[in-house]
Design a protein around this ligand. Structure first.
Ligand SMILES: Cc1cc2nc3c(=O)[nH]c(=O)nc-3n(C[C@H](O)[C@H](O)[C@H](O)COP(=O)(O)O)c2cc1C
Length: 255
């Protein structure tokens, strides 16, 4: 249990607050004196301060921080080197950058720590593909994150089929029902931690029939798309609502 591992530390104490409200009254009082918050609200929540994060072991910190940003899309990035070696890797940091021109971006971990085949390939060939992950192949997709030798293609190692479309150099994942071909446009360094934002412009988007509605919205539950929280926990996606464009003078009656 986390609280055993960190027993005695402030962090351990806060973790144990989750289900032991009655035991924690004294601690809460202390905390409240410092923070000046409402006891009833604060004592039902686990609280982690900045200094608690620095005390955590690397993997636990990585999992907590990665989960705090919520469920994000699971995608497979396909790429190819100048020599023709293909690569496939799972990513969870895909983001919309803008729609005119149509741009998507993802966060690349520091290039100094380990070899980054995906990015070297992108630099060599100026293109890459983004392929949505579906429940049918979520396990295989997860294992593309293993560090295979550059010469070993994760397409082969993890059982995916390469698909090439109309002269686009980078490989698509045949099994994926939503796939996008992108041209690399820029790398924006994030100096605080050595990561960078990699931006690509959409050249292709291939979407399975029946997924897009008349307005262009994709219902990703129709293809059993998968989301990720942390680095190893996968979620199914279920469409629960759709609302019109929000205007301040057209508010509905909220329940
Ligand atoms: C669920 C999950 C999400 C990941 N997301 C990212 C990410 O957003 N950015 C990143 O640089 N690496 C991410 N990784 C790690 C890469 O998948 C891993 O480093 C992979 O080996 C990269 O392959 P490459 O060296 O072939 O480029 C993630 C791993 C997992 C398991």
């Amino acid at each position: 249990m986390i609280s055993d591992q960190y027993g005695g530390s402030l962090f351990g104490i806060f973790l144990s607050l989750i289900s032991a409200q009655s035991k924690s009254d004294g601690i809460c009082e202390e905390l409240l004196k410092r923070k000046g918050s409402n006891p009833k609200e604060i004592c039902q929540l686990m609280i982690l301060y900045e200094q608690d994060f620095t005390k955590l072991d690397r993997i636990k910190r990585l999992n907590i921080v990665n989960s705090l940003s919520g469920v994000r899309s699971a995608i497979l990035i396909g790429s190819i080197s100048d020599k023709g070696n293909t690569n496939l890797a799972i990513f969870n940091s895909l983001m919309h950058i803008g729609s005119n021109p149509p741009l998507l971006g993802f966060i690349l971990r520091p290039e100094t720590e380990v070899r980054r085949d995906t990015f070297s390939n992108i630099l060599e060939t100026n293109c890459f593909t983004i392929n949505h992950v579906h429940q049918a192949f979520v396990q295989k997709a997860h294992y593309t994150s293993a560090k295979f030798e550059t010469e070993i293609s994760e397409f082969d190692a993890c059982g995916f089929s390469e698909q090439y479309i109309d002269g686009f150099k980078a490989p698509f994942v045949k099994e994926s029902q939503v796939k996008i071909g992108l041209e690399f446009t820029e790398q924006i360094p994030i100096p605080i931690n050595g990561t960078s934002l990699i931006i690509g412009q959409i050249k292709w988007a291939m979407i399975a029939d029946g997924v897009m509605d008349e307005e262009g919205q994709l219902d990703l539950s129709r293809v059993d798309d998968v989301g990720i929280s942390g680095l190893n926990t996968y979620y199914s996606i279920k469409k629960i609502a759709k609302f019109p464009y929000a205007r301040a003078d057209q508010l509905p009656e909220f329940e």
